[in-house]
Design a binder for this molecule. Structure first.
Ligand SMILES: NC(=O)c1ccc[n+]([C@@H]2O[C@H](COP(=O)([O-])OP(=O)(O)OC[C@H]3O[C@@H](n4cnc5c(N)ncnc54)[C@H](OP(=O)(O)O)[C@@H]3O)[C@@H](O)[C@H]2O)c1
Length: 310
């Protein structure tokens, strides 16, 4: 496992982060038992993953709490999140964090994010909620403050474009994948300059774990004229990536593509399936995809900013 420094936080993090949300929620969304979910987490940690992402909303904080029991607290980096809304009181914000800490069985979070902030809600979050987070940071309950976008609707990062200019966020969680690479110019150019820690979500999602969904999304992109139909084999759109010196599968390609994107520190991966966990750890340990394949992916999807890959 490769480790990197997460921007200005200085935290040493594994390039693969284990996600407690998404469509799998460590198995809780797919009918797995609590102990099966805890085992996914433990197996990931045993393989060298030290970055774990969860949220109050996911209902997986207690799974993470059980998975890290018995491990020195400073050996894992825990990131969690709070959905905020206009009119929220300081005590609600503080109680939310206290509940997360209790679920996780810890007395501090390494990163606490404002969760899924919309472009319209951003200014309120900065003026009213961010100061509350700062107060909790001063009390030692959190080490760094982050923000995550609502990529399923905010495809071209309208909220994070404001955030990256403000310079107040230590960490940002950004949607980026082979289909929608708009974060490269809109976010990563500036986040690199400002040394903001970047967590990459949506690397695989449905698009690269379900070939039918991929074809459907690409068809939509052709209809919207964001992808040229001559560039694409409609039945097996990205199968050119799979060859002897290239990717082993589309999922493998998707994770490797994100891992080597300049500006990305951690690629989040979510699963309910221990076999997927193992192959994803291998994918995120492999070298970059061949340059000509990466160039082709950049060219085919260069205009896309209207899908998330879900
Ligand atoms: N706004 C936000 O704050 C926000 C939003 C979304 C996500 N997140 C965070 O980002 C994390 C990652 O989420 P993501 O959805 O972006 O993760 P992802 O890794 O892009 O996609 C995960 C999905 O792909 C499937 N998958 C994974 N590996 C596979 C493999 N080898 N073969 C086939 N299918 C595979 C999983 O299903 P199986 O269970 O079948 O493996 C899962 O449903 C979340 O857990 C969460 O922590 C944050």
């Amino acid at each position: 496992m490769e480790y990197r420094i997460l921007g200005r936080t200085g935290l040493r993090v594994s390039v693969m982060g284990l996600g407690g949300g998404g469509h799998s929620r460590l198995g809780m969304a797919k009918g797995k038992t609590e102990s099966e979910s805890v085992n996914i987490l433990k197996e990931g940690i045993d393989a060298g993953i030290n970055f774990i992402d969860t949220a109050e909303l996911y209902g997986t904080e207690s799974i993470v709490g059980k998975g890290i029991q018995g491990i020195d607290r400073d050996k894992v980096i825990i990131s969690s999140k709070k959905m905020v809304r206009e009119g929220m009181t300081s005590s609600e914000v503080q109680e939310g964090l206290e509940k997360s800490l209790k679920n996780l069985g810890t007395d501090y979070l390494d990163i606490y994010h404002l969760h899924g902030v919309t472009p319209e809600g951003y200014d309120y979050c900065v003026s009213e909620i961010y100061p509350e987070f700062q107060r909790m940071k001063e009390k030692g309950m959190i080490r760094f403050i982050g923000i995550t976008e609502r990529f399923e609707k905010d495809y071209n990062h309208r909220m994070l474009q404001k955030g990256v200019d403000d310079g107040i966020w230590d960490v940002m969680m950004v949607g980026f994948n082979m289909l929608n690479q708009s974060a490269r110019n809109l976010i990563f150019k500036k986040s690199v300059e400002k040394n903001i820690g970047i967590l990459n979500m949506f690397a695989v999602r449905r698009a690269f774990s379900n070939p039918e969904r991929l074809s459907q999304i690409i068809l939509e992109l052709v209809e919207k004229e964001q992808v040229n139909h001559e560039d694409i084999d409609e039945k097996h759109p990205l199968n050119f990536l799979i060859h002897e010196n290239g990717a082993l599968s589309l999922t493998d390609a998707a994770y490797r593509f994100c891992r080597y994107e300049p500006g990305v520190h951690v690629v989040l991966s979510g699963t309910s399936n221990p076999d997927h966990l193992r192959v994803n750890i291998e994918s995120l340990s492999r070298p970059p995809l061949p340059e000509e394949d990466v160039a082709k992916i950049k060219e085919i999807f260069k205009k896309v900013d209207s899908v998330s890959g879900s």
